[in-house]
Design a protein. Structure first.
Ligand code: ZN
Length: 365
C-alpha cells in the first residue's frame, strides 16, 4: 500500500495544472488496470482527466450500483515535492495529498483487490470515480458525479477521516460565497460632504446586521472575510464591497440565509446594494448518512475496530450526492492529519483496516 501511495503522491496533481494532473491520472489508471477492473479515462478540457472504474459482480443481471467517490487533485502546485517530499517517519507517511486524498484511492484499490482475491460475492456493480477538481469546487466534474450518483444505491466518499480516531463525516455544512457591493456617491469630504453617500459607512452597518445572523448552535455561520472600498481619506467613497463565507448544516437554513441576503435593503436611502453569489455546495445532512453509518459501525465492530462520527464545517463532493437524496457516507478515507499544510500525513498502520472496512461495506450493501 505504501509503495502505491508513493507512486500516487510523487505524481503531483494540482487542480489547476492539467498537464501534471493528467500524468497523475495515468499513474492511477495504470495501477487500477493491473487488477482486471474496467478503467475508463474521461477526457477533460481544462482539468485533469477523470477516471471511472467499473467492477461488475459475477451475476449476469446487475441489481444496482454502489459508487465510491474521490478526487486525485491536490491544493499543492507542482514543485511542492521538492520542499515537501514523500517520506515516512514514526508510522506516518508525509507528502502533498497523502491524506487529502491519495491514500483514500490506495485504500479503495486494495479493498477491490481483497474482494477479488477472496472471491467475495457482490450484490451490486461497483463504480469508482476519481475526479480532478474537487479542491476548486468540482465545476467540471459535478455533472458526471451526479449522474453516477443517481444510478447508485449508496455513495461512499474516500475523503480523509477526522482526528487520529478516524471519525467518519456523517454531516457536512453547505458552503457558499457571496459578494455584497455597496454603491454610494463620491464627493469632497471637506467641500461638499452633504452631497456624498459613504459606501464604506453603509457597508459597515450592513455587516453589523449580518453578523447577528450567526447561529453557532444551529451550525449557521456567515463570515466577512474580505472588505475593500474607498480611495483617499478626503473622498467620500463611492463603492465598497465585502466577500462573505456562508455555511449551514440544514438545507432550510441555507435557503433562509440566501433569502435574507437577497432581502437586504440599504440604511441610507441613496445607497444601492448589489448581492451576488450564494451556496455552491448544499449541506450533507446527517439523515443522509445515518443508516450507512450504523452499518459501517457494526461491520467495524466485527473487525474489532471502534468507529465514531463527526460533523464538519467543510464541504466535499458528498454534499452533492447527498443533496440528490442518495445515501452518502463520507470520511471513509485515510486516518491522519495536516491536510492542506506542510504537515500533511497519514497513519500507515490504519490503511489496511480502512481498506478492509470499505471492502466489507461494498460486499454487504
Ligand atoms: Zn479532499
Amino acid at each position: 500500500m505504501l509503495a502505491t501511495l508513493r507512486r500516487f503522491v510523487t505524481a503531483e496533481s494540482p487542480s489547476l495544472e492539467k498537464t501534471a494532473a493528467d500524468r497523475c491520472c495515468g499513474v492511477i489508471a495504470e495501477e487500477w488496470s493491473k487488477h482486471g477492473a474496467r478503467v475508463e479515462r474521461i477526457a477533460q478540457k481544462h482539468r485533469g482527466d477523470i477516471l471511472r472504474i467499473t467492477h461488475a459482480p459475477g451475476k449476469s443481471r446487475s441489481s444496482g450500483q454502489l459508487l465510491v467517490l474521490g478526487h486525485y487533485d491536490t491544493v499543492y502546485s507542482t514543485g511542492t515535492l521538492a520542499k515537501m517530499p514523500f517520506s515516512t517517519k514514526a508510522g506516518k507517511a508525509y507528502g502533498p495529498g497523502t491524506f487529502d486524498m491519495k491514500a483514500g484511492i490506495v485504500q479503495a484499490l486494495f479493498a477491490l483487490k481483497a474482494l477479488q482475491q477472496t472471491e467475495t460475492p457482490l450484490g451490486k456493480r461497483l463504480v469508482f470515480l476519481w475526479t480532478s477538481d474537487e479542491e476548486i469546487g468540482s465545476e467540471a466534474s459535478r455533472k458526471l458525479l451526479e449522474t453516477e450518483a443517481r444510478r447508485s444505491d449508496a455513495v461512499f466518499v474516500l475523503e480523509p477521516s477526522f482526528s487520529p480516531r478516524g471519525l467518519l463525516k456523517t454531516a457536512r455544512k453547505g458552503v457558499g460565497e457571496a459578494k455584497l457591493i455597496v454603491h454610494g456617491r463620491a464627493s469632497h469630504a471637506g467641500l461638499a460632504p452633504q452631497e456624498g453617500i459613504n459606501a464604506i459607512h453603509e457597508l459597515a452597518r450592513q455587516l453589523a446586521r449580518i453578523e447577528e445572523w450567526n447561529d453557532f448552535r444551529r451550525g449557521v455561520t456567515i463570515n466577512a472575510g474580505v472588505v475593500e472600498g474607498g480611495t483617499r481619506t478626503n473622498v467620500i467613497p463611492e463603492r465598497a464591497r465585502a466577500v462573505l463565507d456562508l455555511r449551514a448544516l440544514r438545507v432550510s437554513d441555507m435557503r433562509n440565509l440566501e433569502r435574507r441576503l437577497q432581502a437586504l435593503r440599504p440604511f441610507h436611502r441613496g445607497a444601492r446594494l448589489e448581492i451576488a453569489g450564494g451556496f455552491n455546495r448544499p449541506p450533507l445532512e446527517r439523515k443522509m448518512s445515518a443508516a450507512l453509518f450504523v452499518r459501517a459501525q457494526s461491520l467495524a465492530k466485527q473487525m474489532n475496530l471502534s468507529l465514531g462520527e463527526c460533523t464538519v464545517g467543510g464541504g466535499s463532493d458528498g454534499n452533492f450526492t447527498a443533496a440528490l437524496g442518495i445515501p452518502t457516507l463520507d470520511g471513509l478515507g485515510a486516518v491522519g492529519g495536516g491536510a492542506h499544510s506542510p504537515r500533511e500525513h497519514v497513519l500507515i498502520d490504519a490503511m489496511p483496516a480502512r481498506a478492509a472496512l470499505l471492502a466489507a461495506l461494498l460486499s454487504t450493501a
